[in-house]
Design a protein around this ligand. Structure first.
Ligand code: PMV
Length: 362
C-alpha cells in the first residue's frame, strides 16, 4: 500500500479553521501479536474484540499556520487539559513521520486535546485507543480538506494503516466487535499493513460478551511492548510461536462462528499464557504477571469447575486480568467479582467492560 500523496497540499489562504473529534476504544487480543519486523509489521496474524468502555477521545483543532515561514509540525498537545511535554514531543515525532502521507500537516497549526475514560495510572495500556483516535482524526482532516476518503472502507483502511504505524495493536481498534490484523491464507483481504473488520463472522453470543478488567497493579510496566517485541528476534521459540498463532487463529475463526464457548476459552487462555511464556523465555527474561494475577487465574479456573459457568481470562502485556463471559451469567459473575475477586485488585479497582461498537465521530 502506498499512501504517499504529494497532492494533499493546501491552499492555506482559503482553508478555514476547523476541528475534528473521534472517540475510539481499546481492544483485547484473542490471538496475540507479539513479534514484529520492518515498519511495524506483524510476524503473525492477530484477532481482537473491540472494547466498549475503555476509550480515548481526541480532538484536533487546526488552522492555517500563522507564520507560514515556520517549517515542520506546529503542535500543542494537552492530555486531560494539561500540557504534557513528553507526550507532545512523542506525538510531534509521530506526526513528522507522517508528513509524506499527510503533507498538509506541515501547513497547519495543530491543537490536539486528548482524554481517556479510564484513569491514566490504571495500568491499562492506552496506546490502542489513543493511536486509533488520532489516526481517525487525521483521516477526517484529509476528508474535510480534500474531499478524499469518501468511501467508508477506504477511510477505515487508511485509519487502520495510520494507527498501526503509531502502535501495532491500535490498527484493530478501528472496527466494531471483532477485527483481524495480519495476512492469513484462510482470510481473503487480510493484510499485514492494516486490520479488517470481522463483525460478520461471529456467533450472537459474542456480540454481548463481557470483558471486565481486573486491575491487579496500576504501576507502569517495567518492560515496554516495543522492547518485548524486539526480544522476540532472539527468542528460541519464536518460529514455532508464529506457526502456532496461525494455527490457533484458524481454529478460533471456526469457533467464533459456532459459538463453542469451551473451545473459545481454551484457546484464549492458552494465548494469554503463551504471551507471558514468551516474555519469560526472552533473553533477558522478564515477568509482567504479579502474584495477584496468578491468584486470580487459579480462582477463575476453580470457579469454572465448581459452577460450570463459562468464565475465562485473558492478559495483555501487563499483570491485569481480562475476565470474559457471556451476558446470561453476568449477574452471578458480578456478585462473585465483588465478593471474591475485587480483593486482589489494587485499591479494589476494576472496570466493567465488554465488546463494543467501535469508534464514534463526535
Ligand atoms: O501494539 P503494541 O506494540 O503495544 O503491542 C501490543 C501487544 C499485545 O497487546 C500484548 C498483544 C496484542 O495483540 O494486542
Amino acid at each position: 500500500l502506498d499512501y504517499i500523496n504529494p497532492k494533499l497540499i493546501l491552499e492555506t489562504s482559503i482553508t478555514e479553521p476547523n476541528e475534528v473529534i473521534w472517540q475510539s476504544p481499546s481492544n483485547i487480543a484473542l490471538i496475540k501479536y507479539w513479534g514484529k519486523y520492518g515498519n511495524q509489521l506483524p510476524k503473525n496474524p492477530s484477532i481482537s474484540f473491540t472494547l466498549d468502555q475503555a476509550v480515548s477521545q481526541t480532538a484536533i483543532a487546526y488552522s492555517p499556520k500563522e507564520n507560514n515561514d515556520d517549517y515542520g509540525i506546529s503542535l500543542s498537545f494537552k492530555f486531560h487539559g494539561e500540557h504534557q511535554p513528553a507526550f507532545e514531543s512523542r506525538m510531534k515525532k509521530f506526526l513528522e513521520s507522517l508528513t509524506g502521507i499527510f503533507p498538509f500537516l506541515n501547513q497547519l497549526d495543530l491543537d490536539v486535546r486528548s482524554t481517556n475514560s479510564f484513569p491514566h495510572s490504571a495500568g491499562i495500556a492506552s496506546s490502542a485507543s489513543s493511536m486509533s483516535a488520532l489516526a481517525l482524526c487525521l483521516c477526517s482532516m484529509e476528508h474535510e480538506l480534500f474531499g478524499t476518503l469518501e468511501d467508508n472502507i477506504q477511510f477505515d483502511q487508511k485509519a487502520s494503516f495510520i494507527a498501526r504505524l503509531g502502535s501495532g495493536s491500535a490498527c484493530r481498534s478501528v472496527y466494531p466487535l471483532l477485527a483481524m490484523w495480519g495476512e492469513s491464507s484462510s482470510v481473503p483481504g487480510s493484510s499485514n499493513e492494516y486490520a479488517i473488520g470481522m463483525a460478520d463472522h461471529v456467533h450472537d453470543v459474542f456480540t454481548t460478551f463481557h470483558n471486565d478488567i481486573l486491575i491487579v497493579s496500576k504501576d507502569e510496566k517495567e518492560v515496554s511492548s516495543t522492547v518485548g517485541h524486539n526480544l522476540m528476534e532472539n527468542n528460541l521459540y519464536a518460529d514455532n510461536r508464529y506457526l502456532q498463532a496461525k494455527q490457533r487463529l484458524n481454529s478460533l475463526l471456526d469457533i467464533l462462528k459456532s459459538g463453542d464457548l469451551e473451545a473459545f476459552g481454551r484457546i484464549v487462555e492458552d494465548e494469554a499464557l503463551t504471551l507471558h511464556a514468551l516474555m519469560m523465555t526472552s533473553n533477558p527474561s522478564f515477568v509482567l504477571m504479579r502474584p495477584g494475577t496468578l491468584t486470580l487465574i487459579e480462582k477463575i479456573r476453580a470457579y469454572r469447575k465448581d459452577t460450570g459457568h463459562q468464565v475465562y481470562f485473558s492478559l495483555d502485556a501487563g499483570p491485569n486480568i481480562h475476565l470474559m463471559y457471556p451476558s446470561d451469567i453476568a449477574y452471578a459473575v458480578r456478585g462473585w467479582i465483588e465478593s471474591d475477586l475485587q480483593q486482589h485488585c489494587e485499591d479494589r479497582f476494576w472496570i466493567a467492560d465488554g465488546v463494543g461498537e467501535g469508534p464514534v465521530e463526535m
